[in-house]
Design a protein around this ligand. Structure first.
Ligand SMILES: [Zn+2]
Length: 942
């Protein structure tokens, strides 16, 4: 598959099929159908050329002399195939370009053919035709059809990723990038389409735009906390269409993505490997600088690059010029178009020269130019020099060590395409055992450059088992944190806020770099690792109730309701509606002020009105009531005064208190999550023999052996030392492995534990962070020393108050008369087969009967015992007799009489209690002409 891209970034992806007879077809999608054209016609139609030229071009990469040498791509069959391709065109009696164009115009449709794709060949064929079709103007294919025009128009900005096909990375979900593109767009129709796409992630087109999916193009930026917000802007989604694939290849971490996509920061489960995040150093190239100004004209950049290339010895290619192929000379491609060729012997010099230009930030060569030099090799990618200047490519900085560094001036931006062909060494001074044969030209700046921003915040993540770091990336994004500095002015739909956040004692260098202190995500809790009272089993944890009462992990949810009267009313009575409390019910809702709005600080209970709307025309009042099951506080009422006449729009912000309760979820920064199982008062917590301190939090020692989160233990020791000495501890991962300036490689300073342990020992504490604890209940010494120290804990957004479900009776399904599901509607949780089995095993028959029958779809049906039917019953209408009233007593109601419609008698009628679905089943079966009969016997079991 390949892509055809115009200068305006619109594109069509084309497929090349190899036919078993040696010919090839060019396939492309238009309006949802795939069309296949013989390759020969295309080649002829593109430019005025002769058969000989095409033949020479097709076979240029194959040469008998070089058969065994490096860089030979084709095989001997190339010549024969080229002949077949040309013969095909001749058989159709097409000789000139004009004839070919006419042919394409006439016979456009029924080209769907018997194309049997042969993988093995098509790869070779691909490299072959790629070579020949590129020197021609790739646009011309699209220009032939006017129909394509509107199609291209709409797709314009959306097809950026075609450029990245080579790097096998998609960057569609990236909002920033798409937004930037939007700025360039003039046509209104497109901008609305793009706007709509950005809002909903859905792309509405008539054609399908040869994209594989219609929805899910954008990631919604959520402000749950700052880290989530930030990572949504740096996420890359491969597309929903890949999620359906059963293969694992698309999810693999490819070497090309090293340094561009974070190997740690991807969700586990279904979207694993499809939803990636850019590393902290990765950038996206753009025409615009950070201020939004256009950097430089695109065509001028191209011109200046060409100038430099010609200066260093490139022969410019001209149309109709037969090009010699590799291995003598290598072709130079600029943004996919062949611009010339360079003798193979000089290419490496040229590449070094261009790179030097790049680094020196000169005018001629942009610093984000990608210099993909594919060297001659046996059976690899097609050799050549590929240059890319286009926007929306990934780039990342590395150090170019072939250029002397004076003041960090040797930082070069490299792209994913060129990276594969470069020798970049790690900054630990090692060479991976290939120094002698492949001397490195570049060096990574720091190992943390391969991690995303969020993954970079995990202290000593190099000491953890890797899945734990992945879990932490997920959990950091669900943390209830200090979400915004301007929370009092915000009107977000839902905002989680931690009231008493702290700055972590143990932190990475990235923490300071990204100023996470502005949006802290947790609290330094004193954590004791011990099994105490049994309430810390299975990842449960005991919280110190007194610490919670002092404010630890306190938080709330802010939720804003927008009431816009202009939205709800029709045009006619727009002015008649206003916020006002009705005069009649003046004392009915005390929570509302006379303007129909609540007081700030007012508590509003479930089903109480929080806003009153008065209609002047009908003099009626409409009260908006608070849904939900808990009381909330009115935090802020914002009025929109744009409308001079009447107040028409208000934002009412509610505050849901969410202080920690049993069942809330917490986690350390090492993927160690747990649920609070008990809020234990201070006096019952164990206390330290030396300091008298009591832990804020107790976790079970079993959390460590299988999960191997060594960094959490290190964090505890380090934070203890740090808090005693009053200093923050640097916990940047790979810190010790980076070779420092002037340091000999291989010389290892003491281990991390030694460094941290000594700090504790200096101050009279146990070297390993252990302490003697006394039982809070008995006052006796615990039989072993306990590991205790501060660990930065996060409070996750999953809280019981938002999740618990209670139901005795309530809404039922209309068809089955069983309870509905859904917490919002007061429904129940499914009591399924497995739950039923468990109750059966316990012998809890009465409970089972209660859950599955009495509290579900209890029903009393009339069944005819003679014919066994329960559907044939009809009520007997009592005869209408003149009602005789006796002494003021109400008329005695005649007993309900039922009879069988089939048996024409009410003799055998019985009442049977059954689940209603059973009756429903009988009715459904009857609709399919299946009769269901019941055999009744009395309960005694006769
Ligand atoms: Zn009957």
């Amino acid at each position: 598959m390949g892509g055809c891209v115009r200068a305006d970034q619109s594109s069509v992806s084309i497929k090349l099929y190899y036919l078993n007879n040696g010919s090839a077809r060019l396939g492309f999608w238009m309006r949802g159908r795939e069309y296949l054209l013989p390759v020969g016609i295309i080649l002829k139609a593109l430019i005025d050329t002769t058969d000989r030229e095409i033949y020479v071009n097709l076979t240029s990469c194959y040469n008998d002399k070089y058969e065994k040498g490096k860089g030979v791509v084709g095989t001997q069959l190339v010549g024969e195939r080229a002949k077949i391709i040309l013969d095909e065109v001749r058989n159709l009696s097409l000789f000139t370009r004009l004839q070919c164009l006419e042919y394409i115009g006439e016979h456009f449709q029924p080209m769907m053919g018997q194309s049997i794709v042969n993988d093995n060949f098509s790869i070779k064929l691909f490299s072959l035709v790629d070579q020949t079709s590129v020197p021609d103007n790739p646009d011309s294919l699209q220009n032939q059809e006017e129909k394509l025009e509107d199609w291209l128009q709409k797709g314009k900005k959306l097809l950026q990723d075609e450029l990245q096909k080579q790097s096998k990375t998609f960057s569609f979900g990236d909002i920033i990038q798409v937004k930037k593109l939007m700025g360039k767009n003039v046509a209104k129709q497109i901008s609305t389409a793009v706007e709509n796409m950005l809002k909903t992630g859905r792309l509405v087109t008539q054609t399908g735009l040869d994209l594989q999916q219609r929805a899910g193009y954008t990631v919604m930026a959520e402000r749950l906390n700052f880290l989530r917000f930030l990572s949504h802007f740096r996420s890359v989604h491969r597309g929903a269409s890949f999620a359906g694939l059963r293969t694992t290849t698309v999810r693999k971490l490819l070497p090309e993505s090293w340094g561009f996509l974070c190997p740690v920061h991807t969700p586990d489960g279904e979207p694993c490997g499809l939803l990636n995040h850019m590393t902290c150093t990765c950038k996206i190239t753009s025409f615009f600088d950070s201020q939004g100004n256009i950097k430089k004209d695109y065509s001028e950049i191209k011109k200046s690059i060409l100038k430099v290339l010609i200066e260093v010895g490139m022969t410019q290619s001209l149309p109709k010029l037969v090009l010699p192929g590799p291995p003598q000379v290598l072709t130079v491609l600029l943004d996919g178009c062949i611009v010339g060729c360079i003798p193979s012997s000089q290419v490496e010099k040229v590449v070094a020269h261009i790179r030097a230009f790049k680094v020196s930030s000169s005018e001629e060569i942009p610093d984000d130019l990608e210099v993909g030099y594919v060297p001659l090799s046996m059976g690899g990618a097609y050799p050549g020099l590929y240059l890319f200047t286009s926007p929306s490519r990934f780039v990342r900085p590395v150090r170019n060590i072939s250029i002397p560094s004076d003041g960090g001036k040797n930082i070069e931006l490299i792209g994913p395409f060129e990276q594969v062909f470069m020798e970049i060494r790690c900054p630990d001074g090692g060479d991976g055992g290939r120094k002698s044969s492949f001397p490195a030209t570049h060096e990574e700046i720091h190992p943390t450059g391969m991690l995303s921003v969020v993954a970079n915040l995990t202290p000593w993540s190099d000491h953890n088992q890797s899945p734990r770091n992945m879990y932490q990336c997920q959990m950091a994004k669900q943390t209830m944190a200090f979400s915004s500095q301007t929370i009092q002015h915000r009107a977000d739909q839902k905002l989680y806020h931690l009231q008493t956040p702290q700055s972590p004692i143990v932190r990475t260098s990235a923490y300071t770099k990204y100023s996470i202190d502005e949006f802290p995500t947790g609290t330094n809790a004193i954590v004791a690792v011990l099994s105490y009272t049994g309430y810390d089993m299975e990842d449960a944890m005991i919280l110190n109730k007194s610490a919670v009462e002092r404010g630890m992990f306190h938080g709330q949810i802010y939720q804003t309701e927008t009431v816009d009267l202009t939205d709800q009313s029709r045009k006619s009575d727009r002015s008649s509606r206003m916020f006002k409390k009705s005069n009649v019910e003046k004392y009915a809702c005390p929570s509302l002020d006379s303007d129909g709005l609540p007081h700030v600080g007012q508590i509003i209970r479930p089903d109480e009105p929080y806003c009153s709307i008065f209609n002047e025309v009908t003099s009626s009042t409409h009260n908006l009531k608070k849904k939900g099951s808990e009381p909330v506080y009115v935090d802020y009422v914002a009025v929109d005064v744009k409308n001079k006449k009447h107040l028409q729009k208000v934002n009412i912000r509610f505050r849901h208190p969410r202080n920690p309760v049993i069942g809330d979820k917490f986690s350390s920064r090492h993927g160690q999550k747990g649920v609070c199982s008990q809020l234990w008062p201070d006096i019952d917590m164990p206390f330290s023999g030396t300091t008298g301190m009591r832990p804020d939090l107790i976790i079970n020692p079993h959390a460590f052996p299988s999960r191997m989160t060594i960094a959490m233990l290190l964090e505890s020791v380090a934070a203890k030392g740090g808090s005693i000495r009053g200093e923050f501890v640097d916990a940047t991962p790979f810190r010790n492995s980076v070779k420092k300036e002037g340091e000999e490689s291989g010389s290892k300073s003491g281990s991390l534990v030694d460094e941290l342990g000594l700090k504790l020992k200096e101050k009279g504490f146990n070297y390993h962070g252990l302490e003697v604890l006394y039982s809070g209940v008995y006052g006796t010494e615990l039989t072993c020393e306990i590991f205790i120290g501060p660990v930065y804990y996060q409070r996750l957004r999953h809280m019981v108050s938002d999740k618990y479900q209670v139901r005795s009776t309530g809404t039922i399904d209309q068809v089955t008369r069983q309870p509905i599901k859904g917490r919002k509607r007061g429904g129940g949780i499914r009591f399924g087969e497995m739950e039923r089995d468990s109750l059966l095993a316990h012998g809890a028959a009465y409970l089972l009967h209660d859950r599955l029958h009495t509290c579900s779809d209890y029903h009393i049906a009339d069944v005819c015992s003679l014919c066994g039917s329960m559907l044939n019953t009809t009520f007997i209408q009592p005869l209408k007799r003149p009602v005789r009233e006796i002494g003021g007593l109400p008329p005695g109601r005649a007993p309900k009489k039922v009879m069988c419609h089939a048996c024409k008698t009410s003799k055998g009628m019985e009442t049977v209690a059954m689940p209603y679905v059973f009756r429903y089943l009988a009715a459904e079966l009857a609709a399919m002409n299946i009769k269901m009969t019941l055999k009744l016997n009395n309960g005694a079991g006769a």
